[in-house]
Design a protein around this ligand. Sequence first.
Ligand SMILES: CC(C)=CCC/C(C)=C/CC/C(C)=C/COP(=O)(O)OP(=O)(O)O
Length: 299
Amino acid sequence: MEKAVGSMVSQIFENLVCLIRKFIFCIPNHIAFIMDGNRRYAKKRGLMEGVGHKVGFLALMSMLRCCHELGVRYVTVYAFSIDNFKRSPKEVQSLMELMQEKIDDLIKEESIVNRFGLRIYFIGNLKLLSEPVRLAAEKAMLATAKNSKAVLCICVAYTSTNEIVNAVKESIEEKWDEFCVLNASGAGYGLIKLGGSEGDEREQLIKLIDIEKHMYMAVAPEPDIIIRTSGEIHLSNFLLWQSAVCYLYSPSVLWPEISSQNRKDFVGRGLHVIDSDGTPTKHAFRDGIRLVDFLTITW
Ligand SMILES: CC(C)=CCC/C(C)=C/CC/C(C)=C/COP(=O)(O)OP(=O)(O)O
C-alpha cells in the first residue's frame, strides 16, 4: 500500500516537472526525429553511401547529448522503415551491419546511453530483422532496462500502418468475447458500431479495443514535435497515430550535418544547428505548418 502511494506521488511529481519544463521553460517532453539526408550528405561530398549513415550515427549521439542537456525525457528516432527493406540488398545489408555494430556500441559502459541513463526500446516489427540484429536489439533493451533518467525509442522495421494494424489485431484478439456479445445483441454491425463526432469515435474505439495499449510506441507519451531534416515535409509512415496534435518542423539541414562540432552550442535553451552551406539555419518556417517558436529552438 505504502509502496503504491509512493509510486503514485512520484508519478505526480514527475508529471508536474514535465509540465513545468514544457510550459514554463518550453522544453518538449518528447522529440521524434526522422533522420533524413544521410545518402545525400555522402553524395554531396563524393563519399560512399555507407559513410553518410556512419556520420548520421555520430549526429544522433550529438543530438542525444543536446537533448540530455535540454532535459528532454523522450527521444524517438526513425532508424529503418519496413519500406527500407525494398532498397538494394547490398544497401540493406550494409545498413543492418552498421545497425548491429552501433547497437553494440550503444550499450558499452562508457557510452552516452549509459552516462545519461537512457533506457532503450526498439520499436517495430522486430521479427522482420535478421537474427543477429534482433538479438543485439533485445540485448540492448535488457542491458538498459534499469536506466530511468530518459528514454530512447529506436524505430526499426517500423511503419505506422504496420503498427496500427498490429495493434488492432492484438486488441481484437484480446477482446474477442466482448465483440461476439456486441454483435449477437444486435448492437453493432460488422465488428463494432461507433457513433458521434470523429473525435468521439476515436475515444470510443480506444475504449472498446484499448488500441493504444497495443501500439509498439505505448512505452512513450505522444511526441510534442517531429523534426525531419533535409527539408522534406512528409511523415513517411512515421508515428501517424501519435502525431495527431504534434508539431512538425523540417529544417533544410541534412541529418549528418547536425553535430556538436558544427553546433555553436546552445543559444539560451535552444537547439542550434548549422545549415548545409555552413551558416546557422534560421527560422526556416514553411507555410501551412504549425511550427515551434514556443520551443525556443533556434535554428
Ligand atoms: C543504432 C542506430 C540507431 C543506428 C542509426 C544509424 C542511422 C543514422 C540510420 C539512418 C537510416 C536511414 C535509412 C536514414 C534515412 O536517410 P537515407 O539513407 O534515406 O538518406 P537520403 O534521405 O539522403 O536518401
